[in-house]
Design a protein around this ligand. Structure first.
Ligand code: SF4
Length: 365
């Protein structure tokens, strides 16, 4: 029997697993044991479930599949960032990044942020993004997204002695085009019998799928939302983000207001500065106009990180500062987000399953 045609055990609810155990005449407490292996101990196969009898492990293995993702290779940046390539059960590759920050300029305690992927490749073809030049192979399943977080959490503990504090869905793929799996993964990440992390520490970033932003509002989600704006008028945004042709800025403004009315959650704008493309004072004025129409908590100005496939460049420090000062003088809450992990192609927009320097095969799992 093809193992992957068996039902994925992690698609079962606790109740369904209970019912299954009743039908095979197993004791109730076994369900909890198996559940822990699945959601807290990150078992890769049934043989690892050593507190179960050999017979029960065999029965489970004959009936179900367990499609955990595994660490493939990790690359370590000189700034402490770790990029990790994951391999799925069907041999696709995807990436996640661990970004440690010791101290924040605000004096707040440091962070361990995991940047995770939601799809293998991406269909949206943003012109500045390495993932956008890859073919979209498939969505990641909710348990695979969950595994990324678990593995990056283990890595944070092992390397820096601290658990993850924040999660951003800013890796490969458009999270809102894999809506159900992303929401289900977040449900498991925040569940007490999962990783018990606060939804307030999670940010989902979208290139702008208006209908699904509204859906997030209707579903009353508790996590925060970031819009990858990157250009503040439709003509320019159409050029660099083709999704804008069907989800224009007016539609996004409406959807974001709806999301905020329904949830009250934070909204951030992400804005990568490209020299000669979106860094003029007219662009800043356009951005201010949008800012005034949406309850935006923060505008993150992001340094552009070069990729092989595109020939954008970043403005110099003075031009960046001038752009930010102009925004700040117009009462925009603006911050410069320094890119991390550039030397290993782990920075924003650079994820493309590329391994460019000596790497370590992980020993974690
Ligand atoms: S920026 Fe995001 S949505 Fe756009 S191509 Fe890259 S991964 Fe896809």
């Amino acid at each position: 029997m093809d193992e992957w045609k068996k039902k994925n055990i992690r698609t079962l609810t606790f109740k369904e697993l209970q019912t299954y155990f009743e039908t095979i005449g197993e004791k109730k407490f076994r369900v909890k044991q198996v559940w822990e292996w699945l959601w807290q101990k990150h078992a890769h196969n049934f043989d690892e479930m050593t507190n179960l009898s050999k017979e029960l492990r065999q029965t489970l293995s004959d009936t179900f599949s367990l499609q955990a993702i595994r660490l493939d290779v990790s690359q370590y940046s000189s700034d402490g960032t770790i990029k990790t390539r994951f391999k799925t059960h069907d041999n696709h590759l995807t990436e996640g990044v661990l970004i440690p920050v010791d101290n924040l300029p605000t004096g707040q305690a440091g962070r361990q942020t995991a940047c995770v992927s939601s799809q293998i490749g991406c269909s949206l073809s943003c012109k500045f993004c390495a993932t956008g030049y890859m073919e979209r192979k498939r969505n990641l399943e909710f348990d695979e997204i969950y595994d990324e977080v678990v593995l990056l959490n283990l890595m944070a503990e092992k390397t820096y002695g601290k658990k993850l504090t924040n999660i951003v869905f800013m890796g490969m793929g458009e999270p809102l085009l894999n809506y159900k799996n992303v929401l289900k993964a977040i449900e498991r990440i925040t569940a007490n019998d999962g990783l018990a992390m606060s939804a307030r520490r999670i940010t989902v970033s979208t290139a702008g799928v208006a209908k699904m932003i509204k859906q997030l509002g209707d579903d009353g989600v508790r996590f925060n939302l970031a819009l990858s704006l990157h250009a503040a008028n439709d003509a320019k945004r159409n050029e660099i983000m083709p999704i804008n042709e069907t989800n224009n800025i007016a539609a996004l403004i409406e959807a974001l207001n709806y999301f905020h009315q329904k949830t009250g959650n934070d909204i951030t704008f992400e804005y990568i500065l490209f020299k000669g493309v979106n860094d003029s004072m007219q662009d800043a004025d356009d951005l201010i106009k949008i800012y005034k129409q949406v309850p935006v908590h923060l505008v993150n100005i992001i340094e552009y990180n070069p990729i092989d496939a595109a020939d954008f460049t970043k403005p110099d420090k003075d031009a960046t500062q001038k752009f930010m000062d102009y925004l700040a003088n117009h009462r925009v809450n603006v911050r410069l987000r320094i890119s991390r992990g550039k030397d290993i192609d782990a920075a924003c927009g650079q994820l493309a399953n590329k391994v460019s320097i000596p790497v370590a095969t992980s020993q974690l799992v």
